[in-house]
Design a protein around this ligand. Sequence first.
Ligand code: ZN
Length: 432
Amino acid sequence: MPDLSKGKEIYDLCGKIFPICRSLTGVGVRETLTVLDEYISNGTDYHLNIHEVPTGTKVFDWTVPKEWAIRDGYIEDESEHRIVDFNYNNLHVMGYSTPVDKWIEYGELMEHIYTQPDQPDLIPYVTSYYSERYGFCMSENTRKEIMPGKYHVYIDSDLFEGSLTYGDLVIKGQSEKEILLTTYICHPSMANDICSGMVLLAGLIKYVAGMKNRRYTYRFVFEPETIGAIAYISNNIDALQKNVIAAINLSCVGDNNAYSIIETIEGNTLSDRILNLVLKDKQPKKYSFLKRGSDERQYASPGVDVPMVCFCRSKFGEFPEYHTSADNMDFVSPEGFQGSYDVMTEVINGLEGNETYISEIKCEAQLGKRGLYPTTSQKGSYDTVQVYCDLQAYANGKRDLIEIADKIEVPMHRVLEAAETLRDNNIISIVK
Ligand code: ZN
């Protein structure tokens, strides 16, 4: 049985934040970050830093929108039967709906209803951030049951001058050079497309906080998608440009159906190389930058130039549960989270240990006199010897370990172990 303890821990955290009604802004986002911070700070010395960017703030070409508060919402018929109720499922009120409290006719009601006709039993997730209106989301099956008549539409919401919230945390290493890990925080109850990235990132913060030696500095960012990323970049562009050497955005990392990468435009940055290497034996689905859709859009843009890839299990937009009520806690699993956690920790360890080595010995090193050659012969006993030999043979002072692991087709963690052994035995050395 594989060890699923971390996957289970992260899955349980996902269950805690899943019910919270989040949006681009508002108390749901703050409450979520508070729950994540409790988890992160339990057993580490670190807390998330929470930042508020006021409504109206200019961030590059965008303006931070009004804050949205949602308390209640329903459609009621004349016999006080509720067709949909926000308190039953927070997807029923369209995100950023303006307040309303009136009786309307069937025809007008239909103009404010959103369904997903090709998935008639699911509630779609719909928002209207930049155009003020109200709306209700429901299954097509529910909509079909609505008969002509009068209906009470009620949404208790506010759009007001408030702020947009994001959280970040920097954990220092020996070098100022940074590994940037980001995710987005702005959807309501969606398990894979929102909660999974947040809880995996929180799990990775704990992992990095617990590392004995950190070569690199780690920057973790929890931001509302698009406008939040733009605000974050606007406030931190100098540090990002100066220090970030690799960057990964986490999206939809809780299901167990696939492994996916959205590459950078170049496709060969350090971020591309390490994630592709770690995913190599998992038959990953590779998407070009043309298939981008999350915050890699902002970080990788010209003038920002952060080499960000996006890591997904099933890529957003590619699974039928995406942006519907079926993206729930049944769709994510401890196995899915464990797989993502294992990938990301191998990515972190791979980046930490990635060096360029050169062989110190001409021709093959004699492993036997160093105790590195098995004294008995058994099936499999030469596997490690083969890695030693291949590593020495490929260590020409130009190839780094990511390239060598890729070429000799051995997982990065085994190449790192072999490199340490060969280095300790003065067979290879790091090129400075
Ligand atoms: Zn989404």
